[in-house]
Design a protein around this ligand. Structure first.
Ligand code: NDP
Length: 453
């Protein structure tokens, strides 16, 4: 390990113990930046990375709420305001029992670089709670969201910090959160994105992350005179990102064959077509059921329960051309990465944040496949959130086609920025380095401009 990365990581680990995901995210970025720091010692003397790994502010608060039986629960709420060099803090809220400070810090750190890549004026943040919405009634979810926002509202604002959705936070939760914010602040502003279309939301926002990951894949394939037409694709997850990745893959003539949730995955060799996708959307977004029901509905598909004790996930062992991990962090182990490569997968576009462990990323990069890291491939979601903020400021809404065109343009621009930065710093075709370097440079130069704050 380079001496600069080693000393940075020693400090990061000492100051942030028990936060392995945060360490993983920082180390990947720091390693990518070695050629930049060597060529530009001014970044090192300005202690830019040392400043970037320290959140500008961390909020942690109690969220008490009552269930339908009158029982009291206490969850923990968080907001990490990581970096505001480029604009108001921006990043999603995650409601999942696995949420803790370290996971949100990794996500907030990634978000800073991702938002920089979008070219829109957004700083980076992330938040959420260890609340588990699964199995809770709508009213329980509403009570929780209202309690969460009762504290959070003092810290956010359309020009300060603009949260959005993430795992466990979709249209329903954003609605309850927005309602409570409006009531407390007595103002109707674009303080959250992912809003409903009737009250300030943007067309294409729900689709944006999944579509964006597929648009990015299309750009990567273009560099090899190839396309998604006829490609067999493994997709994980079955939530917001996975659903719209599948929709766009179908539009581009690909054949998605898998989907998953935290209980297991389905494999459908014939392909998940439009009708089957509509079933999944109904199942997941309205009935809030399990993906196992897909196999009960469609003969020829197979459901496999997940086994957390295993170091590999059999979803990644099916023969395919491309993989779109769209569930959660570290869902592709090093073993899975080796299997994907052995089976001839030549493109991985990360819809989720950091879904591949560090050793897996290294294998993909060394194999020279088209590998798009999450901070580039899934930036479409926050990009359209940025466009939602722009529309809210204008008090105006763009047509679907207009937003989609902008999204495609932004994804193509991010692709171009990654290619240019990886070329410029001596690792052509390495999208990991490209994304980290391009994202870093804009934030770093802005921080220098703004002085030691
Ligand atoms: P959703 O809550 O809509 O869906 C998440 C999906 O992943 C569900 O199918 C869920 O299964 C599964 N999942 C969640 N946690 C685990 C776990 N620990 N193990 C296995 N499966 C799991 O979230 P999104 O689709 O919005 O988010 C998916 C990923 O995309 C996340 O990494 C998120 O950070 C990232 N992302 C999302 C953006 C957005 O705009 N929504 C933007 C950029 C990135 P189950 O139903 O069983 O919980």
């Amino acid at each position: 390990m380079h001496e600069y990365v080693a000393s940075l990581m020693e400090t990061v680990k000492a100051k942030n113990p028990s936060e392995p995901e945060f360490h993983q995210a920082v180390q990947e970025v720091a390693e990518s930046l070695v050629p930049v720091i060597e060529r530009h010692p001014e970044y090192r003397s300005a202690a830019l990375l040392e400043r970037m790994v320290e959140p500008e502010r961390v909020l942690m608060f109690r969220v008490p709420w009552m269930d339908d039986d009158g029982q009291i629960h206490v969850n923990r709420g968080f907001r990490i305001e990581m970096n505001s060099a480029l604009g108001p803090y921006k990043g999603g809220l995650r409601f999942h029992p696995s949420v803790n400070l370290g996971i949100l810090k990794f996500l907030a750190f990634e978000q800073v670089f991702k938002n920089s890549l979008t070219t829109l004026p957004m700083g980076g943040g992330k938040g959420g709670s260890d609340f588990n919405p699964k199995g809770r009634s709508d009213v329980e979810v509403m009570r929780f969201c209202q309690s969460f926002m009762t504290e959070l509202h003092r810290h956010i604002g359309a020009n300060t910090d603009v949260p959005a959705g993430d795992i466990g936070v979709g249209g329903r939760e954003i609605g309850y959160l927005f309602g409570q914010y409006k009531r407390l602040a007595n103002e109707f502003t674009g303080v959250l994105t992912g809003k409903g279309l009737n009250w300030g939301g943007s067309l294409i926002r729900p689709e944006a992350t999944g579509y964006g990951a597929v648009y990015f894949a299309r750009e990567m394939l273009k560099t090899r005179d190839d396309s998604l037409e006829g490609k067999v694709c493994l997709v994980s997850g079955s939530g917001n990102v996975a659903q719209y990745a599948v929709e766009k893959l179908l539009e581009f003539g690909a054949r998605p064959v898998t989907l998953s949730d935290s209980s297991g995955y389905i494999y459908d060799e014939a392909g998940i077509d439009k009708e089957k996708l509509a079933f999944v959307m109904q199942l997941k977004n309205t009935r809030r059921g399990r993906i196992s029901e897909y196999a009960e509905q469609y003969a020829g598909s197979v459901y496999t329960e997940s086994d957390a004790t295993e170091s590999d996930n059999p979803l990644w062992a099916h023969g395919a051309d491309c993989a779109f991990p769209c569930a959660t962090q570290n869902e592709i182990s090093e073993e899975d990465a080796a299997t994907l490569l052995a089976n001839g997968v030549s493109l991985v576009s990360e819809g989720a944040n950091m879904p591949t462990v560090a050793g897996g990323v290294q294998r993909f990069v060394e194999a020279g496949i088209l590998f798009a890291p999450g901070k580039a491939a899934n930036a479409g979601g926050v990009a359209v959130s940025g466009l939602e903020m722009a529309q809210n400021s204008m008090r105006y809404s763009w047509h679907r086609e207009e937003v989609d065109e902008r999204l495609q343009m932004i994804m193509a621009d991010i692709h171009e920025a990654c290619i240019k930065a990886s070329d410029r710093f001596g690792t052509p075709g390495n999208y990991v380095n490209g994304a980290n370097i391009a994202g870093f440079l804009k934030v770093a130069d802005s921080m220098i401009d703004q002085g030691l704050v």
